[in-house]
Design a binder for this molecule. Structure first.
Ligand code: HEC
Ligand code: HEC
Ligand code: HEC
Ligand code: HEC
Ligand code: HEC
Ligand code: HEC
Ligand code: HEC
Length: 216
């Protein structure tokens, strides 16, 4: 009896320590704070499936915030044609979590023509890419757009960064406003944007002459 009692004590101690150790040990070595212990990641991170996609998701703000593959894709447990699977997630999927950005986008001329992923590459959904004027150049080649890249403004942006100069985004998406038509349809709003860096009289006369249409 006594022996058994000692054994039980020892066993309890080992189990308690073991449980504590398990609670501390990560299930899979991964980036700090990111849970990768779910089936989509486990399978897709294998080198014969889509490891690059798993890895780029892993480094994204979505992964850090716990937004996993099924939030956008559902699952293909019942096959790639099943209604629970979304191979090409669109705005409707982003809507549940980013309603303001989706509604703004749909209110401007990008609606129905420019997907979220045109500026936010999957799966990094990089803000750095979205903020760079080069991404706008992939579709826009009017005189106005082309001459921006020949302007001093662009050179200052390229050399010194966005704090010091204007970009397409800064003039057309001030404060991240995704309605691309807001500042085009209102000279008053546009002037407020210019006024963050220039005097109202200088910028006002530039706008009145329509100078930015063709040269800067
Ligand atoms: C057992 C392995 C496995 C698991 C688990 C798994 N997948 Fe897949 N998945 C695959 C394979 C294999 C493909 C096909 C890859 C290819 O076409 O090169 C695929 C393709 C996909 C595609 C692309 C389909 C297309 O038409 O381009 C998406 C999106 C996807 N999976 C999402 C998910 C999501 C979300 C989960 C978790 C709910 C998941 N997968 C779980 C193996 C898996
Ligand atoms: C925030 C939403 C989102 C999340 C989270 C997400 N995806 Fe995607 N995924 C997309 C979008 C958008 C596309 C591009 C769809 C299109 O336009 O064709 C895509 C495309 C894909 C494709 C096919 C395109 C390609 O480059 O091969 C695969 C495979 C895929 N995702 C797998 C995954 C896996 C695995 C995860 C989790 C590790 C994941 N996705 C997480 C939104 C997401
Ligand atoms: C389940 C909710 C959810 C869904 C669905 C979702 N997102 Fe997100 N998204 C988030 C969260 C949470 C963050 C992180 C917010 C933060 O860090 O402040 C985020 C961040 C982002 C960012 C900023 C990335 C960064 O590096 O800071 C972009 C861009 C983005 N999402 C675009 C999309 C797009 C496009 C879709 C649809 C294809 C989508 N998201 C679907 C929840 C979601
Ligand atoms: C024309 C390019 C473009 C398109 C298309 C676009 N975005 Fe963005 N997005 C940006 C830029 C630029 C930023 C960074 C804004 C800033 O400077 O903070 C951004 C930022 C974001 C962010 C980061 C947090 C925030 O709210 O500012 C989210 C989330 C986001 N976009 C979601 C979406 C969704 C959802 C769609 C599709 C409906 C979409 N975006 C379409 C350019 C775009
Ligand atoms: C995938 C292609 C694509 C990308 C990328 C893109 N645009 Fe557009 N843009 C369009 C299309 C298409 C229209 C609508 C043209 C029309 O209907 O007249 C448009 C219209 C516009 C308009 C005119 C709005 C109006 O009311 O007249 C502005 C401003 C604009 N885009 C700015 C941008 C900026 C800034 C970026 C980069 C952050 C960008 N676009 C990225 C395709 C794109
Ligand atoms: C310094 C602010 C500023 C910058 C930077 C800027 N724009 Fe504009 N954009 C304007 C103004 C002002 C108008 C209205 C022009 C007019 O009608 O007088 C305009 C008009 C537009 C229009 C609608 C009219 C047209 O010409 O089609 C589009 C599209 C556009 N810009 C895209 C872009 C793109 C793409 C970039 C970057 C390559 C860019 N803009 C950079 C201020 C700017
Ligand atoms: C984020 C700051 C910023 C914003 C916003 C901005 N600019 Fe500029 N602008 C600059 C910088 C930087 C330069 C290049 C510096 C220089 O000319 O010495 C410049 C140069 C110019 C020039 C060329 C000056 C010359 O003769 O060389 C014109 C014209 C101009 N901006 C008009 C505008 C108008 C109009 C707006 C609003 C639609 C605007 N800018 C918005 C920062 C900005």
């Amino acid at each position: 009896m006594r022996e058994r009692h000692a054994f039980e004590k020892w066993l309890t101690a080992v189990l308690t320590l073991g449980a504590a150790a398990l609670a501390w040990a990560p299930a899979v070595p991964a980036l700090a704070g990111v849970d990768t212990n779910f089936s989509c990641y486990q399978c897709h991170s294998k080198k014969e499936i889509t490891p690059w996609i798993a890895e780029t998701w892993l480094e994204s703000a979505h992964a850090r915030a716990g937004v996993k593959c099924p939030s956008c894709h559902g699952n293909h447990d019942a096959g790639f044609d099943s209604p629970q699977f979304i191979a090409h997630p669109g705005e409707d999927k982003c809507m549940s979590c980013h309603p303001i950005r989706v509604k703004e986008s749909l209110a401007g001329k990008h609606a129905g023509k420019v997907k979220c992923t045109a500026c936010h590459p999957w799966h990094t959904f990089s803000l750095a890419v979205a903020r760079d004027p080069e991404i706008c150049r992939t579709c826009h080649d009017s005189e106005h757009a082309k001459s921006y890249f020949l302007s001093k403004m662009y050179v200052v942006y390229k050399v010194m960064g966005p704090k010091y100069s204007a970009t397409c985004q800064r003039c057309h998406m001030p404060d991240g406003d995704h309605n691309i038509s807001d500042t085009v349809s209102s000279k008053e709003l546009m002037l407020k944007v210019c006024n963050r860096c220039h005097s109202a009289s200088f910028a006002g006369s530039v706008l009145a002459k329509g100078r930015l249409k063709t040269h800067w």
